[in-house]
Design a protein. Sequence first.
Length: 405
Amino acid sequence: MSKVHEHPLANNPAIKNFRKYLQIKSVQPNPDYGSCVVFFTEQAKELGLPIKVYEFVKGKPIIVISWIGINPNLPSILLNGHMDVVPVVESEWKYDPFAAEIDKNGNIYARGAQDMKCVSIQYLEAIRYLKQNGVKLRRTVHISFVPDEELHSADGMALFVKSKEFKDLNVGFSLDEGGPTPNKEYVVTNGERVCWTLEIVCHGNTGHGLMLIPNTAAEKVQYLLNKFLGYREESRKKMKHPHPFYDLGNVTSVNLTNIKGGVQSNVIPSKITMEFDCRVTPNDAVTFDALVKQWCQEAGGDSVTYKYISKDPVLPITKTDDSNPFWKAFENVFKKRNDKLILSICPAASDGRFLRGIGIPVLGTSPMPGTPFLLHDHNEFLNAQTFLDGIELYKELIPAIANVE
Ligand SMILES: [Zn+2]
């Protein structure tokens, strides 16, 4: 561990708060959620806002801080963030991944710096500023801190949205996480790709490895691989910008992730099984399903079978037209600031999908322009100034969406 001199921004109160949250080891598989509860309870106290901690599953708290609006009967705004972070390979990091060190360039290194502790603190710091300046918002704003997003949210948002406690929040619109962009623009997502894990089994004639027998499993595998990898190549060509938060979510990706079959090298296998990781963009869902069926049929009729080991439901995307006043309010903030906003589909799944699943419109954004994509990577960092700029953005975004009539 190399020692660094403190950057001048290290004394900024918002940066201090961010680093304090980053230093909590809410890392899977044994996240310290207890310290998160203590931390957010302190935050709520400082902000003078009520806090509730729900524990539907022991040790998996769901925390909600609320800022009651002038008209609390209107549907509320939910600002969501997950508390957990993915594991680290500590030896690959320049600094201790839970020390939140700032280097001389102002980069804060920590697991969760991008995904997504930054956003949760930005929400709170923007609200702190607004409250201190006497701002009152029309709608109630709830800030939620949820567990286990990185474990598919079974004990987190998936559970929370089904509860009476969630229903009582009367959420009408939500913000959730997005991702960084390499240039000066911002990205917002209004839907997610769904994950479908596909298993295809090809049956064929068996026999001695020296024979040239017809109708083998391998020939069916060959046909299917050509189709799937051809489709994969078409998706690659459709992408104009090879960045996860520009174009990737707008195309469907397929990857062969597992292939097995055969007993030994001189026996032709009677059965070969393949697995594909398919990430299907909402617009492709119907056609992709039909293609899989067609290709399997063409490859070998009844001798080729397929099933989805898991298949996420396809959810409606959040409308980005005049019918959605929250979108208009959101978009107008960027227009007024002269900031470029890229609308995209999230390439991965986020907690937003559970909200969409019960009909709540969701936009995903994590304001990190000019930042390399380091989610789940070694040496994840966020620049302190970029983090502070994000607070400035939320100071405008939160009132804009919470004041929608
Ligand atoms: Zn995340």
